[in-house]
Design a protein around this ligand. Structure first.
Ligand SMILES: NC(=O)c1ccc[n+]([C@@H]2O[C@H](COP(=O)([O-])OP(=O)(O)OC[C@H]3O[C@@H](n4cnc5c(N)ncnc54)[C@H](O)[C@@H]3O)[C@@H](O)[C@H]2O)c1
Ligand SMILES: O=C(O)C(=O)C[C@@H](O)[C@H](O)[C@H](O)COP(=O)(O)O
Ligand SMILES: [Zn+2]
Length: 371
């Protein structure tokens, strides 16, 4: 076995700067990152990850009063009720503004834990230790936090930047393959919106190699995807818009209008990364029909996502159900749907108010591609 390369640090500039550290064993840096200011540390995690979190919890207990905020697994954690339960526990523990929250888990845990940290005392420090590929490349970075409501996904939340993100690639060793594959959904998305080298790596590497937690290619994909996200959020943290025709932070939402509608229609049983793959293929087809994207790049979407084992079609819910769910997307303005589409790889733009016939046509193509 070759020794893994030393950790790399990606700096996120702005008003509240922090670092994203990527490498093997970097969860050990948690104590150094939290420093001496906190007396209490609350760790947000799920029952299924308590064993994996053992060394982190032990290290934290050696330095702080630790409160475990044990939340439901997966999307079930992202509710106002779960957040309220965490607030109760923070209150009971006498959690102050100098104390800190640590999240340990996938994107659902970092979203919920980040939201709890953003709202407790109007904002306390949070450090994310993402344990899924998806959370490392996307959810833990950039400060978007939130929970779902009956009306849709991530409808309540806030922007609250972490004090640091520790992407410990060793933690991926226990992650089921299907969740690793789902994480590639956001990785490939980053390739299409901003970094074609990601697509070349995905297209040119055997999937087995891509999906090995110790693989240098996987590590490069993590670093490149984090860099894509960092570049976007540094320029437009609060999603107020970009310059020169670039959609700003909304670019990271590529494929998400349909993805979130499908997740909601499926009662959040489909993995987010899988829905993102379908959503990207859908919106590429929409852009093709609207005359914005060429056939070859639309086809490249199908082949890139399918190559790593992600779905590229969906036939579960009918058009009207998905159309209604897309209307509550945060990119919508009034009655108008807005999509991020590509004009070419690396050139995202906003398509506002697409023709209904193009939407229906892209929906039918998505239905036809369902396996
Ligand atoms: N805030 C953001 O910017 C942002 C970005 C992308 C996605 N998200 C959100 O992230 C969520 C999806 O995150 P996800 O794909 O990580 O799913 P997830 O958090 O539901 O985790 C997937 C599964 O993996 C398990 N797991 C996690 N780490 C593990 C490990 N190391 N070993 C074994 N099992 C492990 C979890 O228990 C869970 O069952 C969605 O809610 C999505 O909306 C947020
Ligand atoms: O960070 C962002 O901005 C993103 O859009 C990244 C997405 O991958 C992520 O799923 C995000 O949570 C979606 O945001 P939302 O604003 O559509 O809820
Ligand atoms: Zn996403």
């Amino acid at each position: 076995m070759s020794t893994p390369a030393p950790p790399s640090t990606l700096h996120v500039g702005g008003a509240s700067p922090y670092d994203v550290v990527v490498g093997h064993g970097v969860a050990d840096r948690l104590l150094g990152l939290l420093g001496e200011a906190p007396r209490r540390v609350a760790v947000v995690l799920t029952p299924s990850l308590r064993e994996l979190a053992g060394p982190v919890l032990e290290a934290l207990r050696s330095a702080y009063d630790v409160t475990e905020l044990v939340v439901p697994d997966g999307e079930a954690a992202k509710t106002a009720e779960t957040a309220a339960g965490c607030w109760e526990q923070l209150g009971a523990a006498g959690f102050t503004r100098s104390d800190a929250v640590v999240t340990f888990g996938g994107g659902a845990t970092t979203d919920l834990g980040g939201f709890v940290a953003a709202t407790w005392l109007r904002g306390v420090r949070v450090v994310h230790v993402p344990t899924t590929l998806l959370a490392m490349v996307d959810a833990a970075v950039g400060g978007k936090t939130g929970v779902n409501t009956a009306a849709g996904k991530n409808l309540v939340g806030s922007f609250h930047e972490p004090a640091g993100v520790l992407c410990d690639l060793s933690l991926l060793e226990t992650l089921p393959r299907v969740d690793l594959v789902a994480g590639l959904g956001e990785v490939v998305k980053c390739g299409f919106i901003a970094d074609e080298r990601i697509l070349e790596l995905v297209e040119g590497t055997p999937p087995e190699e891509l999906l090995a937690p110790g693989s240098p290619v996987l590590r490069e994909l993590v670093e490149r995807s984090v860099q894509v996200k960092v570049d976007v959020v540094v320029a437009d943290l609060r999603e107020t818009g970009g310059a020169g025709g670039h959609p700003g932070r909304e670019a990271l939402n590529y494929g998400h209008t349909m993805a979130h509608a499908i997740e909601r229609a499926e009662g959040y049983t489909m993995r987010h990364g899988e829905a993102v793959a379908i959503g990207c293929v859908f919106v590429a087809e929409l852009a093709r029909r609207a005359g914005r994207l060429d056939d070859a790049t639309a086809d490249r979407h199908r082949s890139a996502f399918a190559r790593v084992g992600l779905p590229v079609g969906y036939a579960g819910a009918d058009y009207d159900t998905l159309r209604a769910a897309m209307a509550v997307d945060k990119k919508s303005r009034g009655d108008q749907l807005r999509f991020v589409v590509l004009e070419e790889v690396g050139r995202p733009v906003v398509l506002a108010g697409p023709e209904e016939s193009h939407l229906r046509g892209a929906y039918e193509t998505m239905r036809g591609a369902a396996s």
